[in-house]
Design a protein around this ligand. Structure first.
Ligand code: FAD
Length: 471
């Protein structure tokens, strides 16, 4: 009897434990993607990127003699119907860890098992299952460095190759058409511009990893903080959709360590930041929606999205070049350099005193590498409300940050068109990407800062001081 493989954020053929097990069983395999309420709730850019990923993944399956069956509806109902239609005896999938998926998957597993279906989940989205990393006292880690030390010597296992031809059922169940789902419909900026900067799929992910290991990892340590150069792996969107397994990235990084390549250990450490985010999300899922430290609940952060400063921040017109450059990079490419993410988040939560949740939501809508755990951990880290957070009083100065990390002005020039006689294509693309209703033009003058940097910093620190003395 066939096995239904329920794909979600694991759009790959190589190093896929459930697919490997299904292949080895010799039974027919029916790959399925369900557009359910969890997928429907994705932000605009992650949803658009999901569409790109599904398109490429379906082609990859077809090259192996298989197909991707697309269905829309509640996951349990869809899977149940497919079991009926195909006579499948099993439904297998790769585990996910955010609360919405855990709740859904637990219910699906229990119901299908009750009905006599072999419902099973496999690991694969992470190097280390979040519950397997424990402190000496049997608790979880709240600080990164000891977490890193705890996993450093572990072997997450070697990645497995993709199976050859994947046997399918005699009769394929009907599938929706991907175009009819219009997964890009919510992209106000339209997908075409972001598509120029996106190369979806497993093959592209592997190419990117190979190129990074060949050419980038040696200088990763020194270049990873420089937003103006292509100095990082850019694997995040592939990891977010599971187009590459973290094991593959880890194994490549490990080999680079053995070859003595500088920067290789730093790369492994970054992969472990992703693991740490999942570890925290598993143990404290409230971190997605609430201050990780509840003492921050009384902090006077603003949440009114209509405030002109919030609009200026979203529209990347704060008048602060590093902040605007980062936000424009995200709007055009779907990505933002990590250094810029920290600077724009600090500016929003400190200089503008806006709640990190407002920024988190905007990133969720705009990032093609959106990841629930890393995004929430990143925002709470910068805001100061997270477990292993930068102290609130450490306010990033976006001017000195730009001088330090973009000394030749490459990043600022790449993204800020105003004031340049011949702006590069990237800087102009921003103005093509923004919705007309924003009424922006590269010919207009660059805006004056929406808040003086010293004034914003003092205001934030005064609020922080008041909060401290109130406790
Ligand atoms: P590289 O420097 O090449 O690192 C390799 C991999 O390590 C990354 O692909 C990523 O999987 C992981 N990694 C690196 N830095 C971090 C980090 N700080 N936290 C967790 N994992 C990390 N990352 C996301 O993948 N999705 C998000 O939605 C996201 N939101 C963020 C929001 C804020 C406010 C901040 C400060 C950071 C956020 N990050 C997020 C983390 C980080 O910025 C990105 O992972 C990184 O910029 C991706 O680029 P890269 O793949 O070239 O990274």
């Amino acid at each position: 009897r066939p096995i239904i493989l329920w794909f979600r954020r694991d759009l790959r053929l190589a190093d896929h434990a459930a697919l490997t097990a299904a292949f080895e069983s010799g039974r027919p395999v029916i790959p399925v993607f369900v557009l359910d309420e969890v997928a429907e709730a994705l932000g605009a850019a992650p949803k658009w990127r999901l569409g790109k990923g599904l398109e490429v993944f379906a082609q990859a399956l077809e090259r192996r003699g298989s197909r991707l069956v697309l269905r829309r509806g509640k996951a349990l109902e869809v899977l149940r119907a497919l079991v009926q239609e195909t006579g499948a005896g099993a439904v297998w999938w790769s585990r996910l860890y955010d609360p919405a998926c855990v709740e859904r998957d637990t219910a699906v597993k229990a119901a299908l098992k009750d009905e006599g279906v072999d419902a099973r989940s496999f690991a694969g989205h992470l190097l280390f299952e979040p519950w397997t990393v424990e402190t000496g006292q049997g608790g979880y880690y709240k600080v990164y460095t000891p977490f890193w030390k705890a996993v450093q010597g572990r072997d997450p296992g070697q990645p497995r190759a993709a199976p050859g031809r994947i046997a399918g059922p005699q009769d394929w169940p009907a599938s929706d058409r991907l175009e009819d789902w219009a997964l890009g419909a919510a992209m106000l900026r339209g997908g075409e511009i972001v598509a120029r900067h996106t190369n979806a799929g497993e093959a592209a992910a592997q190419e990117r990893l190979d190129a990074f290991i060949e050419q980038g990892i040696d200088r990763y340590g020194e270049r990873r903080d420089m937003p103006g150069c292509d100095g990082t792996s850019r694997l995040s969107e592939y990891l977010a959709l599971g187009e590459i397994s973290p094991h593959r990235a880890w194994a490549a990084g490990q080999r680079a360590v053995e070859e003595g390549k500088a920067g290789a250990v730093t790369f492994l450490k970054e992969l472990v930041w992703r693991e740490f985010a999942y570890h925290l999300m598993h143990h404290t899922p409230h971190m997605l929606t609430d201050n990780w430290r509840s003492e921050w609940d009384a902090f006077p952060w603003q949440e009114d999205q209509r405030r002109s400063e919030v609009i200026a921040w979203k529209h990347a017109r704060t008048g602060v070049p590093f902040v605007d450059a980062g936000l424009r990079e995200m709007y055009v490419t779907g990505r933002m350099h990590n250094r810029a993410r920290m600077v724009v988040a600090s500016y929003l939560t400190k200089h503008l005193m806006v709640h990190w949740k407002v920024g988190l939501k905007w990133f969720e809508d705009c990032l093609t590498d959106w990841d629930p755990a890393s995004n929430a951990m990143g925002w709470q880290w910068v805001a100061g409300s997270g477990p292993d957070a930068a102290p609130y009083f450490r306010v990033f100065n976006p001017v000195t940050q730009l001088e330090k990390f973009d000394p030749r002005g490459l990043y600022a020039r790449a993204w800020i068109a105003e004031g340049q006689s011949m702006p590069p294509a990237t800087a102009l693309e921003y103005f093509d990407a923004v919705p007309r209703s924003w009424r922006l033009s590269p010919e207009a003058a660059y805006p004056a800062p929406v808040v003086g940097l010293a004034e914003g910093r003092d205001r934030a620190l005064a609020a922080y001081g008041a909060r401290e003395s109130a406790q």
